[in-house]
Design a protein around this ligand. Structure first.
Ligand code: SF4
Length: 228
């Protein structure tokens, strides 16, 4: 595990922020629709990037860069994640983390140490379909712990990729019940290009009207938008 990829400037990885994006290799899930499969399946075949170079870039860009996004893979399983977040905070950066919610212990530590400013947590599916959707044996207690941590945090979003046939309207209503009381839920349109499981490449994404319908449905429970 290590830093495998870096985007110097992004306007799309953190709503309203100009961010740099750090990609960490390795993930405990194998979501069939994952777009970052190289990071997930073969992280050790790519050399780690030099952190000093990234730090120097961020120092030199700190006047206009708002923050750093830690993503992956699953960044909470990177052994140096606490130190990495400390490094970016020490440079005056805000820090966002993208997580699948399977590691509430590190999430808690990052929160307790005031090392993150925004959490984006995936809620993959209804709990009974979690293993199928994540491609892994998942401890649902950990997912529930993460949901509670995130709900208590100041800035966050829960998000679900709406995979046709796998994440149904009924599943989405269940997800809304898990995150009831949350301040932000984002439905993400499924994209079939360049994903881990080629069988899923045949699935057509939802049209705008379907995404809008699901957004309205969820908005009865939690403030919801969609992207995609
Ligand atoms: S949790 Fe994210 S990075 Fe990991 S396999 Fe699923 S989509 Fe890919």
């Amino acid at each position: 595990m290590g830093i495998k990829s870096f985007i110097e400037t992004s306007l799309t990885d953190w709503d309203g922020k100009v961010s740099a994006v750090v990609f960490i290799g390795g993930c405990d899930f194998r979501c069939p629709y994952c777009h970052n499969w190289q990071l997930v399946e073969d992280p050790d075949t790519t050399e780690d990037l030099d952190l000093d170079k990234i730090v120097n870039y961020i120092k030199s860009s700190s006047e206009w860069l708002d923050g750093v996004v830690l993503t992956g893979g699953e960044p909470t399983f990177y052994p140096g994640i606490i130190e990495l977040a400390e490094t970016f905070k020490a440079l005056g950066m805000e820090v966002k983390i993208d997580t699948n919610g399977s590691n509430p212990y590190i999430l808690h530590e990052l929160i307790q140490k005031d090392l993150i400013d925004y959490i984006a947590m995936d809620v993959k599916n209804s709990f009974e379909k979690y293993a199928e959707t994540s491609g892994a044996a998942v401890d649902i207690d950990d997912i529930e712990r993460s949901i509670e941590l995130v709900k208590d945090f100041q800035q966050y979003e829960f998000r679900t990729t709406v995979v046709p046939g796998l994440v149904t309207e009924e599943d989405i209503e269940k997800i809304c019940s898990y995150i009831k009381g949350a301040r932000r839920f984002v439905l993400q349109r499924f994209h079939p290009e360049n994903i881990i499981n080629k069988e899923f490449s045949e699935i057509s994404p939802q049209i705008d009207e379907e995404m809008e319908h699901l957004t309205q449905l969820c908005s009865k429970y939690v403030p919801t938008t969609w992207r995609g």
